[in-house]
Design a protein around this ligand. Structure first.
Ligand SMILES: [Zn+2]
Length: 125
């Protein structure tokens, strides 16, 4: 398991972007203006803009503006479905058939911990 933050997503963005649109299966989308974006930048232009940013400090909204939507900087908790700033990511089990792992927020961990505590206190009461 590992902690994933919005900043991690931002810092990995150019690499993720390139593998999505310029990878082995994405070449046809390089130098393309994608539909449904708020700007008219091509995927390649977006990549070069992302590469020109200081990804350690750039704001999320600036990144979202360049991309044209906010889906690339979102983290959603698998359990409560809320969009959060950070999650603990659990890898899918090696033999899993449909697994995609799980991203669990601090709030849900808190709830889980309380379930454990309640369970333990009932046993000792
Ligand atoms: Zn949650």
């Amino acid at each position: 398991m590992k902690l994933i933050t919005v900043r991690d997503l931002i810092q990995q963005l150019p690499e993720r972007w390139r593998s999505q649109y310029d990878g082995p299966h994405g070449n046809e989308y390089w130098n393309t203006v994608l539909e449904g974006r708020k700007n008219n930048l091509t995927t390649a232009q977006i990549y070069h803009k992302l590469m020109s940013l200081d990804l350690k400090i750039v704001s999320r909204s600036e990144v979202d503006d360049i991309i044209g939507n906010d889906t690339w900087t979102q983290i959603q908790c698998t359990e409560c479905q809320e969009y959060v700033e950070e999650v603990i990511h659990f890898e899918e089990p090696p033999m899993s058939i449909e697994g995609i792992g799980a991203d669990i927020c601090l709030n849900c961990f808190d709830k889980a911990l309380n379930l454990w505590k309640d369970c333990k206190s009932e046993k000792t009461a």
